[in-house]
Design a protein around this ligand. Structure first.
Ligand code: FES
Ligand code: FES
Length: 266
C-alpha cells in the first residue's frame, strides 16, 4: 500500500455512538454495514456522520432555523411569533404553515398526517384558534401568534391538558397526539366563548359558556382522527381538564359538567 493510500475503515475505528449513527444512516439507504465498511475510509464515514448529526441537531431545535432552500419563487417575508418567540422567514408564498414549522423552524412536534385537511394531526393555534396548518398558508400568518405543542408546557411543567392525556393514556403511538392536544386546548376557549357545535341542543339563547357533555367533546374533537383508537381516553382527559375534577379512568357516560373549572386549562 502506498503512503498516500487510504486504509479501509474497520468497525473498531468507530466509537459506539458513531457505529450506532452509521447503522441508522445505512438503514435509511438500505445499505449493509459490511459492504459500506469494505468500500469506505474513515474520513468518508466521519463526514457522513457529521452531516447527519448536524441535520439531526437542527431538527432537534438546537439551531435557530434551517437555511432557506436555494431556489424560491414568489418569495414573501413573514414575521410572526411562534411559541412566544419572534420569527422572520422569507419563503415561497405557497409554503403552508405546517411545512414552515417543520422544515424551516425545526418544530417537528406538529405532525403531517394526510396533508389534505382530513386527519387533524397538523392542528396548531393561530391567535388562540385551532387551525389545520397543512391548509394554512404561512403568508396568512404574518403578524399573528402561533402556538404549537412545543409551546404549551412552561419549562418542565406540562400544560394541564398534556398531564391529563398522560394520566388517562390518551394516546398509543402518539402520532395524532400533538394535534389532539392543541385541538383540545383551543376547545376549552371555544366552550368558554359559548360557541355552539352540531351537538348543541339550544341555539336560541345568546352565547354563554357551554357545558361540555361527552357528546359535545366527541363532536368538537371529531376533526382529529386517531388510528390507534384512543378516543375514550381522550374524552376522559378532556373532561377532566374541563371540570377541573379528577375523572374516573374508566370514564363516565354523557356527563354534563360545570364550566367554571375549565378556566384552569386556558
Ligand atoms: Fe393536516 Fe391531516 S395533515 S389535516
Ligand atoms: Fe396513534 Fe392516535 S395515538 S394515531
Amino acid at each position: 500500500m502506498s503512503e498516500n493510500s487510504v486504509s479501509p475503515l474497520e468497525i473498531e475505528d468507530l466509537s459506539l455512538d458513531e457505529a450506532e449513527l452509521l447503522d441508522e444512516i445505512l438503514n435509511e439507504f438500505g445499505e449493509s454495514r459490511r459492504r459500506f465498511l469494505g468500500q469506505s475510509s474513515a474520513a468518508i464515514a466521519s463526514a457522513l456522520i457529521l452531516e447527519f448529526v448536524a441535520k439531526r441537531n437542527a431538527f432537534a431545535g438546537t439551531l435557530e432555523s434551517l437555511p432557506a432552500p436555494l431556489s424560491e419563487e414568489n418569495a414573501v417575508s413573514v414575521a410572526f411569533k411562534v411559541n412566544g418567540v419572534q420569527k422572520s422567514l422569507t419563503l415561497d408564498s405557497r409554503v403552508v404553515l405546517l411545512d414552515a414549522l417543520r422544515e424551516r423552524l425545526a418544530l417537528t412536534g406538529t405532525k403531517k398526517g394526510c396533508d389534505h385537511g382530513q386527519c387533524g394531526a397538523c392542528t396548531v393555534m393561530v391567535d388562540g384558534r385551532r387551525v389545520l396548518s397543512c391548509l394554512t398558508l404561512t403568508a396568512q400568518c404574518d403578524g399573528k401568534e402561533i402556538t404549537t405543542v412545543e409551546g404549551l408546557a412552561k419549562g418542565a411543567e406540562l400544560h394541564p391538558m398534556q398531564t391529563a392525556f398522560v394520566k388517562h393514556d390518551g394516546f398509543q403511538c402518539g402520532f395524532c397526539t400533538p394535534g389532539q392536544i392543541c385541538s383540545a386546548v383551543a376547545l376549552m376557549q371555544e366552550a368558554k366563548n359559548g360557541e355552539l357545535s352540531y351537538a348543541s341542543t339550544d341555539f336560541r339563547q345568546k352565547p354563554r359558556a357551554v357545558n361540555l357533555s361527552d357528546d359535545e367533546i366527541r363532536e368538537r374533537m371529531s376533526g382529529n382522527l386517531c388510528r390507534c383508537g384512543a378516543y375514550p381516553n381522550i374524552v376522559d382527559a378532556i373532561r377532566e381538564v374541563h371540570t377541573g375534577k379528577p375523572t374516573d379512568p374508566l370514564g363516565s357516560q354523557g356527563s354534563v359538567v360545570p364550566m367554571e373549572a375549565s378556566d384552569a386549562a386556558l
